[in-house]
Design a protein. Structure first.
Ligand SMILES: [Mn+2]
Length: 327
């Protein structure tokens, strides 16, 4: 399979041949999912395409400040255009079936993603696992295509890249990431304002859930692992929205002795969503999550386990212990 920017010419050709395009991303969208979807949608409109942008979930409140997100649809209306582009979704199943139900099977599908676990789906699949965010691949593609990046598109790309790199801090951040950050500022992004909107404008319930989770932090394996659990009754009590616990894990892993941080969340229906982060390539969480049928990157990965919460936690931490004992 062709990978990386090798596919730019073919992707551009498919886009040129199409006039009605649908942009999708994964459920429970994060900054990269929303930012990439919106950036691609808006820039395609600016070159005269008819575009729809769709996600299974609503735009999280924390990202609702981004320009024109009211354009994001939830699945209710069939798409009968020429081309579908799926972004930041490592597998087809990361996009809810009700979204796929809006799409005729005969419509060609382009996938653009940066998850190393992406095994390839769709008619054209561009996976650049060196890229810290799908938003970064998109900027490179827009540059290749010669399209002008206006302020709104730049703001979405900046949000996409900033949220997936921990504000340009994670080791996946390269010189190219910084160059693109600079270009986006040149395109009109106001760094002070967008960072305040992204990181200093949280609803109170987000800090409340943080307080409750920090009270229940559990250290294991000589304090090299820290974990917290969020039971469904607390999610209900605090009326949490998707995305409300984003960033919790980064606080957990900031403890000096910690190598691996894990966040367990009980979902409606009984499944347990696991998010994990590692500070060390040597003790990657990607392989741990893969053992449970999940995936992601070496330093950031996720999985879904069957419940109940306590048992899922025990099973997952057992494997974390195995990996950490491998010195
Ligand atoms: Mn991403």
């Amino acid at each position: 399979m062709k990978r990386g920017s090798d596919l730019f010419p073919e992707i551009l050709e498919r886009i040129s041949e199409s006039s009605e395009i649908l942009i999708l991303s994964h459920d429970r969208p994060d900054g990269d999912a929303i930012g990439s979807t919106m950036a691609f949608g808006l820039i395609l409109e600016s070159i005269g395409k008819t575009v729809r942008m769709m996600n299974f979930n609503e735009v999280p409140e924390s990202l609702s400040f981004l320009p024109k997100v009211e354009r994001m649809e939830r699945p209710s209306e069939k798409f009968s255009g020429d081309l579908v582009i799926a972004l930041d979704a490592a597998e087809r199943d990361r996009i809810h079936e009700t979204v796929w139900q809006q799409v005729e099977e005969s419509v060609p599908l382009i996938v653009i993603d940066h998850h190393i676990s992406n095994g390839g789906y769709g008619d054209l699949c561009l996976v650049d696992s060196q890229s810290p965010a799908t938003g970064q691949i998109l900027y490179q593609f827009f540059e290749y295509a010669g399209w002008t990046v206006e302020k709104d598109v730049a703001s979405h790309l900046y949000a996409a890249i900033s949220t997936d790199t921990g504000s340009f801090r994670y080791p996946s951040t390269t010189a190219e990431t910084m160059r693109i950050g600079g270009e986006l500022i040149r395109c009109g992004v106001d760094v002070g304002t967008i960072n305040q909107d992204l990181y200093e404008n949280q609803p109170r319930r987000r800090v409340e859930v943080l307080r409750r989770l920090l009270e229940n932090m559990q250290y294991d394996f000589s304090d090299q692992c820290v974990s917290v659990s969020l039971p469904l009754d607390l999610t209900r009590k605090l009326k949490l929205q998707p995305g409300d616990t984003e960033g919790v894990i980064d606080i957990l892993r900031s403890v000096d002795t910690v190598i691996i941080a894990v966040f367990f969340e009980e979902l409606e229906g009984g499944k347990i969503r696991v998010s994990s982060r590692s500070k060390s390539e040597q003790f990657g969480v990607g392989e741990i999550c893969a053992r449970f049928g999940g995936g992601g990157h070496t330093l950031a990965a996720g999985a879904r386990l069957s419940g109940p919460l306590g048992e899922a936690r025990t099973r997952f931490l057992e494997v974390v212990g195995e990996v950490l004992s491998r010195k």
